[in-house]
Design a protein around this ligand. Structure first.
Ligand SMILES: Cc1cc2nc3c(=O)[nH]c(=O)nc-3n(C[C@H](O)[C@H](O)[C@H](O)COP(=O)(O)OP(=O)(O)OC[C@H]3O[C@@H](n4cnc5c(N)ncnc54)[C@H](O)[C@@H]3O)c2cc1C
Length: 614
């Protein structure tokens, strides 16, 4: 990749940046930054902090330092016990997983990562708790991990022999009528916004902003994903073509950097850090302790289009895909439309599209020619497994648990633990991912050029070929081509790969199984099945990559073994992002797999990589 460029940038910044960081450290009362030891300490090493030191941290954090216990211990001790069966039942409840310091939403990934709990965690409730944990990790040369919603597919929120900062309890959601970022008075007009704690999940945030206050905030699709993790990754939701990425809606963050200093980052104060936080990837630049997001006027209604069509031959399926591409290019490639079309083995197309800014009649009129074409070729070519359904609802009910439970009960599942809040709901569509074990997973941004009429045949061929091997999901809301101009302009000013602006969709291909943990009797992954699936995912994606060899992919939803990840995630922005990293975290306290600057470390983040191997 741009390795030489990156190294040049890194070489240029450290002295100034290091000095600035040290100055910040002194102000905060934190210890000096370590000069950069060759290796972090592990439990059992002589340098591992004594019990007395851990106890001091516990005191400093008001007793919120906890020795991490994973519910899986029940299973390792007694795999056949009722207690273990109960744990595996609960692993299909994302709220249960989210409430466990010793679990993550993805249980692991074959030949990539295996879930391993931290030794200790600070269950932070305040910024001061986070400061104490950051200083402790730096002063004791520990591997530090940050976990919010715990939904990282790539295992970025767990590591063995580490100290975890767990933000689950920092979940306040506070709306503002007229927010002005610190230091921006006189430069920016007050605007409606919402400040969210890093441990909040999107479901609760939507409930506060949309259900209770009738405003719109751009977040993600899954209700139990963490707010901070999604924004720092970039973040897309059903209506991102209209409202932009979640990151581009960030007005201000409070972030504790490696020197233990809580800093404000916005357009007027630490603007370089602010830019890096917007899509530069979670866990790399500091611990975010508060995020303030722009809110928007709520459209009148939101709607969805649902249908499942089976083609009765391979040729008919290819014609269906070709037709859908042309239909998308002519009718849906605009800010109104987002969400997913999935092409499955067995010649099945699942349509689950979302719209805003249109009423139900308008949506029906738009789709009528497409569905009429399908019906005209029945029964010889196509059959409906789910006949087209087009619905819209008042926008304020879009994420309203009580309304959805009453009127679309099949769409939701509940947190079924005794005493769980009634608002603890999640989309039934996300059930498969609760606790899942990944076999293979890749994503690719597909450029707009592929929508040109003369390219549509080649795209249909590649999609048909890929769908023989596994489900190919096209997430149209995860590319900003065709989006509104404000959404595109705001995304341009983030660290994400600029290719997201030219992409009409993010293609995702994955294979997964139920929760699995290597070495756990009765629940170990089957490596043969997993590797076969992983190989199929790779072959399927290769068919698409031939059309878009440099398409790039999304940091949060990508291949664990992505080659040239710096370029794929951030493209031309990587050198600038690496400079921000070097300025605010010159010794590499913050490490995540394929995060900015991680090329300077061993894959597990414990040992500095030799310069020549970087
Ligand atoms: C079921 C499911 C559905 C998803 N749907 C979408 C979607 O619709 N749109 C989309 O864009 N993405 C989606 N994602 C991807 C998701 O946005 C990312 O995985 C996101 O990073 C998860 O954030 P988290 O806080 O839940 O996870 P975590 O695993 O807790 O954190 C993810 C990363 O962010 C870091 N991090 C967390 N909190 C902080 C903090 N306070 N400060 C600094 N770093 C922090 C962690 O260290 C880790 O590196 C989905 C993922 C899953 C599993």
């Amino acid at each position: 990749m741009l390795r030489r460029e990156v190294l040049k940038v890194l070489a240029a910044v450290p002295l100034v940046a290091g000095a600035a960081a040290r100055a910040g450290s002194a102000e905060a009362g934190g210890g000096p930054l370590m000069a950069g030891s060759a290796a972090r300490v592990r439990r059992g090493d002589t340098g591992w902090p004594s019990q007395a030191r851990w106890e001091a941290l516990r005191q400093q954090t008001g007793g919120r330092l906890i020795a991490v216990r994973s519910p899986l211990e029940e299973c390792y001790n007694a795999p056949d016990s009722a207690a273990c069966r109960e744990v595996f039942k609960e692993l299909k409840n994302p709220y249960f997983i989210g409430d466990q310091v010793g679990l993550t939403q993805t249980s692991g990934w074959i030949d990539a990562w295996t879930f391993q709990p931290s030794v200790y965690a600070v269950a932070a409730e305040t910024t001061a708790d986070v400061v104490a944990a950051v200083n402790f990790a730096r002063e004791n040369n520990l591997r530090l991990v940050i976990k919010g919603g715990g939904h990282s597919y790539l295992g970025r929120s767990n590591a063995p022999d580490s100290l975890l900062i767990w933000t689950r309890r920092m979940d306040a959601v506070v709306a503002h009528d007229g927010f002005v970022a610190q230091g921006c008075a006189g430069q920016a007009a007050p605007q409606p916004a919402v400040s969210v704690g890093p441990g909040a999940i999107w479901g609760r945030t939507y409930n506060e902003v949309t259900t209770r206050r009738g405003r719109y905030v751009q977040g993600g699709g899954c209700l139990t994903v963490g707010v901070a993790g999604l924004i720092l990754a970039g973040g897309f939701g059903s209506h991102s073509k209209q409202f932009g990425t979640a990151a581009a809606n960030l007005l201000e963050a409070e972030v504790v950097t490696a020197d233990g200093q809580p800093r404000i980052a916005n357009a007027c104060t630490n603007p370089d850090l602010y830019w890096g936080l917007k899509g530069g990837g979670g866990g790399s630049l500091g611990v975010v302790t508060r995020l303030t997001l722009r809110t928007h006027d709520l459209p009148n209604s939101f709607g969805g289009v649902f249908a499942t069509i089976t083609a009765l031959s391979d040729g008919a399926f290819r014609r269906l895909i070709r037709r859908l591409i042309a239909f998308y290019a002519d009718n849906l490639f605009n800010p109104h439309w987002g969400e997913i079309v999935t092409l499955r083995p067995g010649n099945r197309m699942d349509i689950q599209m979302a719209f805003q800014g249109l009423d139900q009649q308008q949506a029906e009129a738009i789709w009528r020619p497409f569905f009429e074409w399908v019906v005209a070729l029945m029964p010889q070519d196509f059959a409906y497994q789910l006949a087209p359904t087009i619905r819209s609802i008042a926008a304020q009910h879009r994420w309203d648990p009580a309304f959805l439970k009453a009127y679309v009960p099949g769409a939701l599942l509940m947190d079924d633990r005794p005493g769980a809040p009634a608002d603890n709901v999640f989309w039934a569509a996300n059930l498969a991912e609760a606790g899942h074990f990944i076999f293979g997973y890749e994503s690719l941004w597909l450029p707009t050029a592929l929508l040109q009429r003369e390219q549509q045949g080649a795209l249909a061929d590649a999609l048909t070929k890929a769908s023989r091997l596994g489900p190919v999901e096209m997430h149209f809301q995860k590319g900003l081509a065709g989006g509104s101009e404000p959404a595109r302009a705001a995304a341009r000013d983030t660290a994400m790969n600029p290719k997201v602006l030219d992409a009409f969709t993010l293609a995702i291909i994955g294979g997964e199984g139920p929760p699995a943990y290597p070495g756990l009797a009765g629940h170990a992954p089957d490596p043969t099945t997993a590797r076969k699936s992983a190989a199929a995912v790779g072959t399927a994606m290769a068919a698409l990559k031939r059309l878009a060899p440099d398409g790039g992919c999304y940091f949060a939803e990508s291949n664990f073994s992505e080659s040239g990840w710096q370029q794929a995630y951030w493209g031309l922005n990587y050198p600038r992002l690496a400079a921000v990293k070097q300025k605010y975290d010159p010794t590499g306290l913050f490490f995540v797999h394929h995060g900015v600057g991680s090329e300077g470390w061993s894959p597990d983040g414990f040992t500095r990589a030799a310069a020549e191997s970087r």
